[in-house]
Design a protein around this ligand. Structure first.
Ligand code: 5RP
Length: 248
């Protein structure tokens, strides 16, 4: 099965959890788009009523509008019933790396404000250790003194074998920094051997650097992960009330 079909399967399964009257966090990326399309379809058919969505990016805002999802924001709705979003990596504890699309800050605000945060992925996103797939762990930084901030990040991980970092630039233009919806830059961190050590401590250390706005490690935020497998089946990993992870 093609990867995009798997993304659609996971997304549709997540939308099955949506009920009329809910405030939804609307994710960003190629998997989340399938959820937006499905939501729009169910709203148009009258199956779902009184839904409002909070988009995690300008791209998602535009797409949600185009498929007819009514929108609101976190100021009007500080508690979100359910967020649905993709991820770049998911570890066995349901910790995530997100932000390949550069929307990590709004995603973390909205998904962190959610009673339930359902992650939708195909099985290629599952890793034993965050950072382990070779993809970047993004860090959003303010443009002022970005190279200074990047130097601080470099020093923080200097001792880590196989570590590297790079300012994210626009595709096809190495000189143009990629700019987020919040007018910030992104520094991509690469951990050849995955991130080793206490993730909460590493998260705190990154966030302590002045100039850093947020990073793409989403620790303890996901309440379930819907994984579409290559064989066409679906595995759901859920965090129980006691914090244990169950798969089924
Ligand atoms: O975090 C994200 C955007 O900031 C995306 O959810 C993540 O990059 C996954 O994207 P895709 O579904 O296209 O693989």
């Amino acid at each position: 099965m093609a990867q995009d079909d798997l993304k659609r399967i996971a997304a549709h399964r997540a939308v099955d959890l949506v009920e009329s009257g809910m405030v939804l966090g609307l994710g960003t990326g190629s998997t989340a788009v399938h959820a937006l399309d499905r939501l729009g379809e169910l709203i148009r058919r009258g199956v779902l009523r009184d839904i409002v969505g909070i988009p995690t990016s300008k791209k998602t805002e535009a797409h949600a509008r185009s498929v007819g999802i009514p929108l609101t924001d976190l100021n009007a709705n500080p508690v979100v019933d359910l967020s649905i979003d993709g991820a770049d990596e998911v570890d066995p504890h349901l910790n995530l790396v997100k932000g390949r699309g550069g929307s990590l800050l709004r995603e973390k605000m909205i998904e962190g404000a959610s009673r339930r945060f359902v992650v939708i992925v195909d099985e290629t996103k599952m890793v034993n250790r965050l950072g382990g797939s070779g993809l970047a762990v993004p860090v959003e930084v303010i443009p002022f003194g970005w190279n200074f901030t990047m130097g601080k990040l470099r020093r923080l991980f200097d001792h880590v074998e196989g570590f590297d970092l790079k300012l994210r630039t626009e595709a096809g233009d190495e000189k143009a920094p990629s700019v987020t919806d919040n007018s910030n830059y992104v520094v991509d961190l690469f951990f050849e051997n995955g991130i080793r050590g206490d993730l909460e401590e590493i998260s705190d250390a990154i966030l302590k650097i002045v100039g850093v706005v947020e990073h793409g490690m989403f620790l303890g935020l996901a309440t379930s992960v819907i994984i579409a497998r290559k064989d066409g089946g679906v595995t759901v990993m859920k965090k129980e009330a006691d914090g244990k992870i169950m798969a089924g």
